[in-house]
Design a protein around this ligand. Structure first.
Ligand code: 6PG
Length: 625
């Protein structure tokens, strides 16, 4: 129960608690000693003072919720305070609404010493009226107010809606329900999806706050306003098709979140279209697969700050938490920026996966899979630790009967497009993201299985003779290439941030990638402070020193790979990027001369200013025709 001082929070809170049979608490009873001292010395609390108090209350609210609920009276005047309070749990907000004059008159009648008028005014100045929750007019009688609150709470409207009960939609729905939010889910019932909703409801009978629908209008009508709807459906045309049906059922102020891997330009377009209709559209990248979705994913929401504020309590409560316990979910930026970031996440993911595949290719001629798994688990204890390394070790250990399952898996890698999208975005932005591009192309090459078989017949590979690989060297090579991969990924985001004016906060993006997502790692943790110092990792002395120290190892391992015909496309991309970026004079002077020769494209000179462009009349006889 919230509102300014004097709006009757204690009276209404206590009456409400009585009617609901729940314990009542007054937020003022939970102030830390420092705040009590400050207040009794006559000073007003500032936001910093309130922070530990609100965090404590948020923890209490979570506990009370688990115990069956409680009524808390707390002024919670600012939206930021309310967001902190609802960080871990769902709250039914009751806002006690009254005019300055009414409250002043009441206080004067009640107290012999009326609180100073300017103090009441300052409360009104600080007040940010919530555009959600139950708003109650305090001019009414207390009993009527309680009836109204109870009636509103009992409308049984769900707080949150999810469309699409695929693996991710189901897991996220259960995650949201776990946090105490009432939830409605929708899935179409055509064809083989006929039983999806009923099966889901049957499997989760214990959840009283879960309702399921197969008719979109019923689903929409079941949601509390403003409606908050998460789309967990296949990216692409399906999203437009669902929006076409959904939007006419919505009202201004409702929020639609697309949690799929949509292309950021589609998201930008949808964001602009829905903005015209007054509907909040959030393109949220969600990483972590099924496990993450159920227990805490990393969430990358883009849209407007205002839209994000409406759903932040839900998204932040279901997300993974970083080392400090903060949500791995943060407002990313305008329009399609959240999906752009998720796309780059996947680009980095592609290269990380390919690098591990290349380490496996280097090590497997001389090591048993179990031994490689142990080596990876050992690497995983230190700075190389990552989710992808951990699962790779588990994969290498997996047996089917006597055989390793890995040996039974066809070597044709699939993809759903995000890796190529991020590589394409890099090309468009003039960014040399050779790591993700090489990983995408490696997958594409792998898909040409039949041709590979045919062409390999005449080639004699002596891959199995590669017996003298130095394991320590492979580790250094892997470390080297991961740094280049992350550097290129962050550079791509920085370039997009500048091109699209997104104001991306790279350390904050690294922070929300330290847990919940597929590329979570110790390096990501270290990247936070590195990026805080400088956006460009190669501008960091320690990083440059590390890459320099490992250069000989990567050159040597690449030589061995080449000699034994082991394709190392991402490792060599890392090496070539590094040596190119650290070479003062490249051979691009020849490219410029060629361009000028056939197309009069002009060139700059080393002995003239950068503003001057030159054209030479090269030999006339050598034209292309
Ligand atoms: C994640 C993953 C997830 C999905 C990829 C796989 O962050 O949780 O990236 O989004 O597994 O889309 O992509 P490919 O099928 O293209 O490998």
């Amino acid at each position: 129960v919230m509102g300014v001082s004097g709006s009757g929070k204690t009276t209404i809170g206590q009456l409400l608690a009585q009617r609901l049979g729940l314990p009542y608490y007054d937020a003022d009873d939970f102030h830390p000693k420092a705040n009590l001292d400050k207040m009794s010395a006559g000073s007003a609390l500032n936001d910093n003072d309130r922070l530990p108090w609100l965090q404590q209350l948020a923890e209490n609210l979570q506990e009370w919720n688990i115990e069956g609920g409680a009524v808390l009276a707390c002024s919670a005047l600012k939206e930021a305070y309310r967001q902190l309070l609802s960080a871990n749990t769902a709250i039914h907000w009751v806002y006690l609404s009254g005019t300055y004059d009414l409250i002043k008159t009441r206080m004067e009648q009640r107290n012999s010493h009326f609180m100073k008028a300017d103090l009441l005014q300052s409360q009104f100045d600080a007040l940010e009226i919530p555009d959600y929750g139950i708003h109650i007019d305090i001019a009414k009688k207390p009993s009527a107010m309680i009836d109204e609150i109870i009636a509103n709470m009992n409308t049984k409207k769900a707080f949150f809606g999810v469309i699409g009960l695929g693996v991710m939609g189901k897991s996220l729905s259960l995650n949201i329900a776990d946090k105490g939010y009432s939830i409605a889910v929708y899935n179409r019932s055509e064809g083989d999806e006929a039983e999806v909703v009923s099966d889901f409801l049957a499997a989760n009978k214990g959840l009283e706050k879960l309702e399921g629908y197969t008719q979109l209008p019923d689903f929409v009508a079941s949601l509390e306003r403003p409606r908050k709807i998460l789309l967990m459906i296949k990216a692409g045309r399906v999203v437009d098709a669902v929006l076409e049906q959904l939007v006419p059922l919505l009202a201004a102020g409702d929020v639609v979140i697309d949690g799929g891997n949509s292309h950021y330009q589609d998201t930008q377009r949808r964001f602009e279209n829905l903005q015209k209709k007054g509907i909040h559209f959030i393109g949220a990248g969600i990483s972590g697969g099924e496990e993450g979705a159920r227990n805490g994913p990393s969430i990358m929401p883009g849209g407007t700050q205002e839209s994000y504020a409406i759903v932040a309590p839900v998204l932040e409560s279901i997300s993974a938490k970083d080392e400090q316990g903060n949500a791995c979910c943060t407002y990313i930026g305008k329009g399609g920026s959240g999906h752009f970031i998720k796309m780059v996440h996947n680009g980095i993911e592609y290269a990380e996966m390919q690098l591990l595949a290349e380490c496996y290719a280097l090590l497997s001629p001389q090591m048993e899979y179990d031994a490689i798994a142990e080596l990876f688990l050992d690497w995983n204890k230190g700075e190389l630790s990552s989710y992808l390394l951990e699962i790779t070790a588990a994969i290498l250990q997996k047996k089917e009967g006597e055989d390793y399952l890995l040996d039974k898996i066809l070597d044709k890698a699939g993809n759903k497009g995000t890796g190529s999208w991020s590589s394409r975005a890099a090309l468009e932005l003039g960014q040399p993201n050779t790591m993700m591009a090489s990983a995408v192309f490696a997958r594409y090459v792998s898909a040409f299985k039949a041709q590979r078989i045919a062409l390999s017949i005449t080639i004699k590979a002596d891959k199995n003779n590669l017996q003298n690989i130095d394991i320590e060297e492979v580790k250094r090579v892997y470390q080297f290439a991961r740094i280049i991969n992350h550097h290129q990924g962050f550079e791509l985001m920085q370039a997009a941030s500048e091109a699209y004016d997104w104001g991306l906060n790279l350390p904050e993006i690294a922070r929300i990638w330290t847990n919940g997502c597929i590329i979570k790692s110790n390096f990501m943790q270290a990247a936070i402070s590195l990026l805080e110092a400088k956006n460009n990792l190669l501008e960091q002395t320690t990083i440059r020193a590390e890459l320099t120290a490992k250069e000989a190892a990567i050159a040597h391992v690449l030589q061995q790979g080449i000699q034994h015909r082991i394709p190392l496309v991402s490792l060599s991309a890392a090496y070539n990027y590094w040596i190119s970026m650290t070479t003062e004079r490249l051979s691009a002077n020849l490219i410029q001369a060629q361009r000028d020769f056939f197309g009069a494209h002009t060139y700059q000179r080393v002995d003239a200013s950068a503003e001057q462009f030159f054209h030479t009349l090269w030999s006339q006889k050598k034209s292309a025709s």
